[in-house]
Design a protein around this ligand. Structure first.
Ligand code: HEM
Length: 416
């Protein structure tokens, strides 16, 4: 048997292990074995290439022959996902899943509204929110870091940015969970062939966002993201109504569960490395470095996918057009060729190489907001929660492979 064939067989077995729920608590040893195979691994039965090493992931993320239009591979999936009677905005693809020139145009327009200033003005609100959540949690001797702290924070922030009344936040929480199921189901569909069903809540969400936009068109507000998105101009160009709706939905889905998992994975890493938690509680200025290391060590987004827009050769593999290419970002960051001693959690690293927010044209637009929320949440937790203790280690994990996160994180504590 050839070396390439041996690698394909071992690779298939490792991917089988990775897809198994039993690996959720710690997929990292499997990533290491995949990297040790020495190059991208072709999985024939999935017509998928799996890329586990840093250098290859980084190079492929900016290769124009790779398309982010993942739907192209799906045949009739789009119709099942987006039924014809749904609002027209539902059919407008997110720019996350578009290529140049459409992606470039939409991203430029959205960036002109989602600016550093937009994000910086959220800091006092997020600081207060962190305190309020920890105040409520401190009423009990034990609390669940996921449900009582990490989960409510990002949705409250995005709702505040969009001017959604506080009373409607639970609606957005529910919609975000449904969206995540859809998006995750779609990526699982690449492996088991099942397509997730349309969730009726999505129609309600699109209607709600439509109404928000209509209201802001008649009464624009100052310091308001929707009003800024409506006003965004690039020459004579502006976002269409459906593009506005789809962008707002994208901001919700891209920014919610990811940030939830940054906070929960982060608290877990600190509880397992109490020396760094103690240091952070004494010096909140360490928070940015702690957040960077959490993103490197246990990132919320474990992988992203592209499709081959043409026949191509990657490493030693001939990859046919429309093949799926899975880029294991979480594995890349643990590649010893990118980061020395990659399995140790060390916020004092200098020049760590990180793909947690992606790389190239689709680099996360919300990275500054996620970093701000992560920094304030970690610093707040370290300052306020005394003697925290994990009640279960390892905690139970959600079934998602790409969005990595626990399903609960109960701790015992004394809160200041
Ligand atoms: C794109 C990760 C938070 C909005 C991405 C990508 C990654 C990522 C890996 C690139 C996907 C790809 O190349 O296929 C994360 C992580 C977050 C986070 C780990 C939290 C820790 C946020 C937040 C927002 C946001 C808070 C906004 C509210 C976006 C958008 C894109 C994106 C709009 C698409 C960019 C494009 O296609 O040009 N994110 N994200 N993200 N993210 Fe985030």
């Amino acid at each position: 048997m050839s070396e390439a064939h041996d690698r394909e067989v071992s690779g298939s077995q490792l991917i089988g292990k990775l897809l198994d729920q039993a690996s959720r608590a710690d997929p990292y040893p499997i990533y290491a074995e995949l990297r040790d195979l020495g190059g991208p691994v072709w999985i024939e039965e999935m017509t998928t290439l799996v890329v586990a090493r840093y250098g290859e992931c980084e190079t492929l993320l900016r290769d124009p022959r790779l398309s982010a239009e993942r739907w192209r591979r799906g045949g009739d999936q789009a119709d099942r996902l987006y039924p014809p009677d749904a609002p027209s905005s539902v059919h407008q693809p997110w720019f996350l899943s578009q290529d140049a020139p459409d992606h470039t145009r939409l991203r430029r327009l959205v960036s002109s509204a989602f600016t550093a200033r937009t994000i910086a003005r959220m800091e006092p609100y997020i600081t207060q929110l962190v305190d309020d959540l920890l105040d409520r949690a401190s009423e009990r001797d034990t609390f669940d870091v996921l449900h009582d702290f990490a989960y409510p924070l990002p949705v409250a922030v995005i709702c505040r940015m969009l001017g959604v009344p506080v009373a409607d936040e639970p609606l957005f929480q529910g919609w975000s969970a449904q969206l995540t199921r859809l998006v995750d189901g779609l990526s699982n569909a690449t492996t088991d062939g099942e397509t997730p069903e349309w969730e009726p809540g999505m129609t309600d969400m699109h209607r709600y966002v439509n109404e928000l936009i209509a209201e802001r068109r008649t009464s624009p507000r100052k310091d308001d993201l929707i009003s800024d998105l409506i006003a965004a101009k690039d020459g004579g160009d502006a976002l269409s109504h459906d593009e506005l709706v789809s962008t707002i939905v994208l901001l919700l889905v891209a920014g919610h569960e990811t940030t939830v998992n940054l906070i929960a994975n982060g608290v877990l890493a600190l509880l397992r490395h109490p020396r760094h938690l103690t240091a952070l509680s004494a010096d909140p200025d360490l928070a940015p470095a702690v957040v960077e290391e959490i993103l490197r060590y246990d990132p919320p987004v474990q992988l992203t996918a592209r499709i081959a827009a043409e026949d191509m050769r990657i490493g030693e593999v001939d990859v046919p057009k429309l093949s799926m290419i899975i880029l294991l970002l979480a594995s890349a960051q643990r590649d010893p060729e990118a980061n020395p001693d990659p399995d140790s959690f060390d916020p004092h690293r200098t020049q760590a190489r990180n793909l947690a927010f992606g790389f190239g044209p689709h680099f996360c637009l919300g990275a500054p907001l996620a970093r701000l929320e992560g920094r304030l949440a970690m610093a707040g937790f370290a300052r306020r929660v005394q003697n925290p203790r994990l009640i279960a280690d390892p905690p139970p994990y959600r079934e998602h492979l790409n969005l990595r996160g626990v399903s609960e994180l109960p701790i015992a504590h004394v809160t200041r």
